[in-house]
Write a protein that binds this ligand. Structure first.
Ligand code: SF4
Length: 166
C-alpha cells in the first residue's frame, strides 16, 4: 500500500532507517512522519495501521526526479504498515538458501494434496465423521503411493492389445 511503482519509484527505492524513523528518497531527502517540533514526539499509530511519511514541499518542488517520483502530487508520501518490521524479517528470510530449500520441500507435499484434490477428486468427502474422513484419506494416500511406486518401478498398468486374436 502506498507504493507508487507506476509512477517510477516504488517503496523499495526508499530506504527506511529505524534509528531516526524516517525514509530517505532516491534524491537523498528525508520523508518524515511529522515536521512539527512537538515537545513530546508523537508515536501514535493511525487507526488504519499505516504510518504516513512525507517529503518536504520545498524538496520535491525543486527535485529533478519529481517526474519519476510523484508526477501527480506535490510531495511524495510513503505509507508504512505498523507490521512492516515483521514483513521485512519475512522478506529477508525469503531470500535465504535455507528458505529456498524448504520451499522446494514444501512444494513436494503440497503437490500431493493438490493431486489428491484435483485428480483423485478429494475436493469433498463422501464419508461422514472423523473416522470416515480418516479412512477416505488413508485410501486415497494408498492409491497415490501405489501410483508413485508403479512410476518409480517403471511399471504401468498392463497394456491391452489393440486387436484380440480370434
Ligand atoms: S520528488 Fe521528493 S521524494 Fe521524490 S526523489 Fe525528489 S525530493 Fe525525493
Amino acid at each position: 500500500m502506498g507504493d507508487k511503482k507506476a509512477a517510477g519509484f516504488g517503496r523499495s527505492d526508499f530506504h527506511y532507517d529505524e534509528q531516526t524513523d524516517c525514509y530517505t528518497c532516491p534524491g537523498g531527502k528525508q520523508l518524515l512522519r511529522s515536521r512539527r517540533n512537538y515537545s513530546k514526539p508523537r508515536k501514535g499509530i493511525p487507526k488504519d495501521g499505516f504510518i504516513r511519511y512525507r517529503a518536504a514541499l520545498h524538496d520535491c518542488s525543486a527535485c529533478s526526479l519529481k517526474a519519476q517520483c510523484c508526477p501527480n502530487t506535490k510531495v511524495r508520501k510513503i505509507l508504512r504498515s505498523q507490521h512492516e518490521n515483521v514483513r521485512d524479517v519475512a522478506r529477508a528470510v525469503s531470500k535465504t538458501t535455507a528458505y529456498q530449500q524448504t520451499r522446494k520441500e514444501r512444494k513436494k507435499v503440497e503437490m500431493l494434496f493438490a493431486h489428491m484434490k484435483r485428480i483423485l477428486k478429494m475436493d469433498r468427502l463422501r464419508l461422514r465423521g472423523l473416522s470416515g474422513a480418516r479412512d477416505e484419506f488413508l485410501l486415497t494416500a494408498t492409491a497415490q503411493n501405489l501410483r508413485r511406486m508403479a512410476k518409480c518401478l517403471g511399471t504401468g498398468p498392463p497394456k491391452i492389445p489393440e486387436t484380440v486374436p480370434i
